[in-house]
Write a protein that binds this ligand. Structure first.
Ligand code: AQP
Length: 412
């Protein structure tokens, strides 16, 4: 039952508010075609916002109003652990904007993950709101994607506990991030959450029966654990066993696939081309924060690490900084790699840096303006988060109910 709720939605019930009667009549008879309806949404200025309605079945005019379409589902999120930087944006959020047009998307602020390492209680709620405003300012359209705060949907933590009982501790001990982060934090003193957060991540994904999860290199191992866990729970509690308990039978969880971001989306530190740009890096000089003012951006680029090779080029392993800065320029200018390679091959750092600075400022300025608008309209932000949590809870609760049933709990 849950799966049907998850993967299917009525074309017309989902999109009805945006469809005129002429649009509806144009849908009739379409087969395997995509219908795009342009639509304005609050704070969407500058971004092309349209609703993509895939109409994949041959239908007659009579049955088109009730025909269903299936959109694959994607979930993703960013931790509110500091200011969102260019790496989070180019590696994650910017890609979501394209995804929301094709997939059913849920984008959340993963505040429960933000307490895995010591954190400032005075900052958490502010960083959570700021991150939500950044999602919207970057072009996440709340009329297409569900935007919500992870802790506002109780099922995340509840499912995590249920999944924990099926997670062998050896699987968690193997996690590279746990080994690295616990070593850094001083083994004995790290919280248990650092060991168990991959189970929370599995819960974040499996609750929504996600088809795909966008993952960077560093998260691949966690997604693999999620997939193994889904298969294990399906095997332990799904199928006939579940049916005997009065359930639907079959798989409890969909096993999600990774969605690897486009090449070049791993943004490296400005002070070390071999380390990724990160919120937790001690030096602010190592990253461009999305809300950095123009002069700060200019200063960071001016002082960023370069090399003494002549000319500029992509893909030279001896020049990680050069590759990184050219890639950033490519992504924010919207040019192709070939065009950037051609444009920059004759430049030196002195002439390239102002070019990169201008491109960054030009790209980030509209985001910053929209961020201020959204951030100052707290009623709007609250309503987006409330509606996002409501929609997410509907899906999550259906999954959770199935899991409780399949695991033999007394029903409420
Ligand atoms: N440097 C990066 N390049 C490309 N993508 C990146 N992401 C993070 N850094 C880069 C992607 O951003 C998304 C959200 O990340 P997160 O906030 O959940 O945690 P993270 O990956 O650990 O990011 P940070 O900034 O490095 O945070 P801290 O320092 O707190 O650990 C993910 O999709 C990630 O791949």
């Amino acid at each position: 039952m849950g799966r049907a709720i998850l993967s299917h939605f009525l074309i017309l019930s989902n999109s009805a508010p945006q469809l005129s009667s002429s649009s509806i009549s144009k849908l009739n008879g379409f087969a395997s075609r995509s219908v795009r309806i342009r639509q304005n949404s609050k704070y969407s200025n500058g971004f092309r916002c349209y609703c993509d309605v895939s109409h994949s079945q041959q239908t007659s005019p009579e049955d088109s109003r009730t025909s269903v379409t299936v959109k694959k589902r994607i979930v993703s999120g960013v931790q509110p652990t500091g200011s969102v930087h260019l790496g989070n944006y180019l590696g994650a959020i910017k890609n979501w904007i394209a995804l929301q047009n094709t997939y059913e998307t849920l984008f959340f602020i993963v505040d429960l993950h933000a307490i895995t390492l010591p954190y400032d209680t005075k900052e958490l709620s502010k960083a959570t709101r700021d991150t939500a405003a950044i999602y919207l300012a970057c072009g996440i359209d709340a009329s297409k994607a569900s935007v919500f705060v992870q802790s506002h949907v109780h099922a995340h933590v509840e499912l995590m506990w249920l999944l924990s009982s099926a997670t062998p501790i050896g699987w968690l001990n193997r996690m590279i991030q746990f080994k690295e982060k616990s070593r850094k934090a001083g083994d004995e003193n790290v919280g248990v959450a650092l060991l168990t957060y991959p189970v929370l991540m599995a819960s974040d994904i499996l609750l929504y029966q996600s088809d795909f999860v966008p993952v960077g290199e560093d998260q691949k191992q966690h997604l693999e654990l999620t997939r193994e866990l889904a298969e294990r729970v399906n095997y332990l509690y799904g199928g006939r066993k579940w049916k005997k308990l009065g359930g639907r039978g079959g798989a409890i969880f969909k096993v999600p696939e990774p969605l690897i971001p486009p090449a070049g989306a791993r943004v490296m530190s400005l002070t070390d081309g071999l380390s990724k740009m990160s919120k937790s890096a001690p030096s602010d000089q190592s990253r461009i924060n999305l809300l950095d003012p123009k002069d700060v951006i200019a200063n960071k680029i001016k002082r960023c690490k370069t090399d003494s090779f002549p000319a500029l080029e992509f893909d030279n392993p001896e020049r990680p900084e050069c590759n990184n800065l050219l890639s950033v320029y490519q992504l924010v200018s919207g040019k192709t790699k070939e065009d950037v390679a051609k444009e920059c091959q004759g430049l030196n750092w002195g002439s390239f840096k102002p070019l990169l600075t201008d491109a960054l400022i030009e790209h980030l300025h509209p985001i910053q303006v929209r961020y201020e608008e959204i951030h100052s309209d707290s009623a709007y932000l609250d309503s987006v988060l409330e509606e996002g949590a409501r929609k997410a809870s509907e899906i999550a609760d259906a999954t959770l109910k199935n899991v409780y049933q399949a695991m033999g709990f007394l029903r409420r």
